[in-house]
Design a protein around this ligand. Structure first.
Ligand code: HEM
Length: 413
């Protein structure tokens, strides 16, 4: 990600210097993480660090009520802003969903809402916890020289090690995508300069990187317990199109009327959208939701995807060359992406569908009403089709993007 050390006090996201050219690929996670803020911000950091304990003891809302209204003027640079946003985002999600689907709130108190919205505006992100917060900015190395075993998260929700499973595995999947993302400017350059050899190599890098994303995904089984992962998702629930909060949330001291925002989801990751755009894959019905998720990505990621989308078509170029090697390399990328999405469906089944069904059955057996959070989750962002059908449709469209023999023999101009 691009970092600006001294932030101008204006909206960052749309400024020209923030739009990356495809020559300089942004790495999609923060490479050196900020773990501390100036002492002045101890009231935020202490609450965020104690979140699981405060939520489980139903004390969080009381603690937030005691929080002072702090100024954001002592935050220096992009990383401090990201860390402050991360802390306030975790507190906000905990505050709203402390009672699960019960006792929902309508108002986010001023001491939380005002600084959260100020920082979010500076970063051009919506004031709700997004994937770029809880995955891309929520990690540290215990030993600066170590790798995976030394990774830890900064903040978590109740659910113990499941937090690590979900956040760190997602981070490792992103890290595996880095080589593929870095190959994109090489691909665009090769198309522009007709460099068939370098194009084929770069496509092989993309395919390999997507295969490595799938390998990294498998680590989920080491850390994750299905019931906890499902619980974790409750803290990512939206206040948009959510019957538990039909009007949304009032950000006290910021806007008079309630606002609606989608909750955090890995659908806000830029990596798969980058590969979709690169390979010319369009998801028809799902595209609206996926397009909407771009507003929940950091501005530099969003701009990178837009720039890529407005560039030359890789698909058309590969077809026009009639080169069998390029054709095969392109199709390898497509099948690796479809396989990754199939694996993702397996994960979603194991860690969401099955525990959610079990949770519903248990609640019915106990004669209670079904926890409303479960149905909110199953419909999120999917236009009421249920997320499984949604994920499968996206996987199937990906698979269909393979270049066929027939296409390859028809001249494209
Ligand atoms: C670790 C456990 C994970 C679970 C249980 C899970 C579950 C889900 C669910 C339920 C959706 C449906 C839409 C929504 O909720 O917004 C979704 C969408 C999506 N997820 Fe995940 N996810 C996980 C990890 C990841 C990771 C690590 C990535 C990639 C970096 C990822 C990428 C996506 C994408 C891109 C979508 C949108 C659909 C698509 O483009 O295929 N997910 N996920």
């Amino acid at each position: 990600e691009r970092h600006s050390q001294i932030l101008p006090r204006r909206k960052l996201g749309r400024s020209r210097e923030n739009i990356p050219s495809l020559k300089a690929t942004p790495s999609f996670r923060i490479s050196f993480i900020q773990t501390e803020l100036p002492d002045y911000y101890a009231p935020w950091m202490n609450v965020a660090a104690n979140l699981p304990h405060l939520i489980e003891g139903h004390q969080l809302r009381r603690e937030v009520a005691k929080m002072p209204l702090l100024s954001t003027q002592y935050l220096r640079g992009h990383r401090q802003l990201r860390l402050a946003r991360l802390a306030l985002g975790f507190i906000t999600m905990g505050y709203v969903w402390q009672g699960g689907g019960r006792q929902t709130v309508k108002i986010l108190p001023r001491a939380l809402a005002v600084p959260y919205c100020t920082i979010s505006e500076l970063l051009d992100l919506p004031p709700i916890l997004v994937y770029a917060d809880c995955v891309l900015a929520n990690w540290k190395k215990r030993d600066p020289c170590g790798y995976v075993e030394n990774l830890d998260i900064l903040f978590s929700f109740p659910g113990g090690d499941s937090n690590k499973g979900f956040f760190l595995v997602s981070l490792l999947v992103e890290a595996a995508a880095a080589a593929g993302i870095k190959a994109i400017p090489i691909i665009v350059n090769a198309i522009l300069h007709h460099g068939l050899c370098s194009l084929e190599t770069a496509l092989q890098d993309v395919a390999l990187s997507i295969c490595k994303m799938r390998e990294a995904f498998k680590l989920i089984h080491v850390w994750e317990r299905p019931c906890n992962c499902f619980l974790l998702h409750v803290f990512g629930t939206s206040w948009k199109d959510n019957f538990l909060m039909p009007e949304g949330l009032v950000y006290e001291g910021v806007w008079d009327s309630p606002k609606q925002f989608f909750g955090g989801s890995a659908a806000q990751s830029s990596t798969l959208q980058c590969f979709d755009v690169l390979l010319g894959i369009q998801h028809s019905a799902a595209q609206e939701y996926l397009g909407c998720m771009r507003d929940y990505m950091p501005a530099a990621h969003r701009a990178f995807i837009q720039t890529l989308a407005s560039g030359p078509s890789l698909r058309q170029f590969v077809l026009a060359t009639g080169d069998a090697g390029l054709h095969a390399a392109f199709n390898k990328c497509v099948s690796a992406l479809a396989d990754l999405r199939s694996y993702h469906i397996q994960i979603a089944t194991k860690y969401i569908t099955i525990p959610a069904g079990r949770c519903r059955a248990e609640q019915q057996q106990l004669g209670g009403c079904v926890h409303k959070g479960t149905s909110v989750l199953s419909e999120r962002g999917t236009g009421g089709t249920g997320f499984m059908r949604f994920l499968k449709a996206i996987r199937d469209t990906t698979r269909k993007a393979q270049l066929t023999e027939q296409e390859a023999t028809v001249p494209t101009h």
